[in-house]
Write a protein that binds this ligand. Sequence first.
Ligand code: SF4
Length: 186
Amino acid sequence: MSKILLHTCCAPCALPILDYFKSNGNISNITLFFFNPNIYEEEYIKRLEYVKKVGEHYGASVIEGKNDHDVWLDYLKNNLDNDLKSYLENELRCQFCFKFRLEESIMYAKNNGFDGFCSTLQTNLYKDTEFIIDEAKKLCEKYGLEFVELSLDKKIAYEKGKELCKELDIYRQKFCGCEFSKSVVQ
Ligand code: SF4
């Protein structure tokens, strides 16, 4: 695979994956794609800033996807029956949030000459990674892209991310990102 788009939710999750690609000699094939219109206001700016810092450290380009929070909110409202506030993390609201970000990112990859795709969500300690991996695989198949499996244990990836954040002075957020998750500290 010559060009892999890595959908990137934040710097702490990207670090162990970039480290992994660096150790297996594939770092030059990676482009980070920051597509997270779910992240609320100033938090979005802060997370993007640190993703750029991490990209620079590993010599990987960072592309910012379209950031329209209202489009993301409308997508959720159109797919869910209940008040968005009423869902717990990893329930249906999050599943649609994952689907939205994955599908848009995979379409971007397809339309911009990438042949492989993966997401930092695949190894996120706090997320339903089984659901995410299954969904990403299905969407890659739908759009004719190769899905890149990451042979990384999520607990080990989390610890590695913590260690690298300290080393590189990277901000580690305490909540998922949208307005509904602000009070849920991780
Ligand atoms: S809690 Fe996180 S995954 Fe769930 S809807 Fe909010 S931003 Fe998306």
